[in-house]
Design a protein around this ligand. Structure first.
Ligand SMILES: Nc1nc2c(ncn2[C@@H]2O[C@H](COP(=O)(O)OP(=O)(O)OP(=O)(O)O)[C@@H](O)[C@H]2O)c(=O)[nH]1
Ligand SMILES: [Mg+2]
Length: 229
């Protein structure tokens, strides 16, 4: 099967321990696929690794956001979306916690006519501390109330979408996105309430290396996004 109609967007911040393996898996599994790594000024070798891939493979690109004024996962994904030329796109974390083998199923459901396919976490590997579990349950329920929609995993960072739908949401309502935040799919759902959605279930893996960037700042960003019209 050919994946020339699909761009995979990977937001990164210091993922030198994971990005090489992730790109290799994606490139070797999906013929013709395009990969854009939206890097926010990593201080490790992430950008250099991606650039090296790009030298021998025109389908792999680095979007270097090191000098941008606004940093953030959402800002990085938005930039990459604006530059996307394929009809479909998928956003996936760069730390191997999202299984790249699910890209096939997400793509199939987009090709079936869905607008937005949500990678829905049905299990989490390893033990999340009580605090994180609680935070996740509370945030998920706040998100559902805000969206007034029974989305199973509105906080997921793994999803596929028709590029046109995302671009239209940005053209009309970019201010509704919380640029420094993490929850870009939640922001998108806010802007596109009528989107036809489907789920693809997966197990959220353990970080295979490097450090988590999640913290209080991200919680505040999410709450700001909930409060925004
Ligand atoms: N471009 C960009 N990417 C980021 C930023 N913060 C985190 N990322 C990347 O976004 C993805 C998700 O971040 P994580 O820190 O893994 O968040 P998480 O998966 O919720 O947390 P863990 O389970 O602890 O790993 C990873 O690929 C990060 O490298 C940022 O400010 N800008
Ligand atoms: Mg992670």
């Amino acid at each position: 099967m050919d994946y020339g109609d699909l761009t995979v967007i990977i937001p990164t911040l210091n993922e030198e321990r994971n990005i090489k393996e992730l790109i290799k898996i994606i490139r070797n599994s999906y013929k013709g696929i395009k990969v854009v790594v939206a890097d926010d000024g990593s201080t490790d070798n992430t950008a250099a690794i991606v650039k090296k891939f790009g030298m021998s493979d025109k389908n792999i690109k680095l979007l270097d956001r090191g000098r941008e004024k606004t940093h953030g996962l959402t800002a990085s994904v938005i930039d990459a979306v604006k530059n996307t030329k394929t009809g479909l796109l998928i956003v996936i974390d760069g730390d191997l916690q999202h299984p790249p083998e699910k890209i096939a199923e997400i793509t199939a459901k987009l090709r079936d006519g869905n607008d937005l396919v949500i990678g829905t976490r049905e299990k989490v590997e390893g033990e999340w501390p009580l605090q994180r579990r609680l935070m996740s349950v509370i945030a998920t329920n706040i998100a559902r109330l805000r969206l007034m929609k029974a989305v199973k995993d509105p906080m997921s960072g793994f999803f596929g979408v028709r590029s046109e739908l995302f671009k239209k949401a940005l053209a009309a309502k970019e201010k509704r996105f919380e640029k420094r935040g993490y929850k870009v799919m939640f922001d998108l759902l806010k802007c596109a309430p009528m989107a036809r959605t489907a789920n693809v279930y997966y197990t959220f893996g353990k970080r295979s290396g490097g450090e988590s960037k999640i913290g209080v700042k991200q919680v505040i960003c999410f709450l700001k996004s909930v409060a925004k019209p």
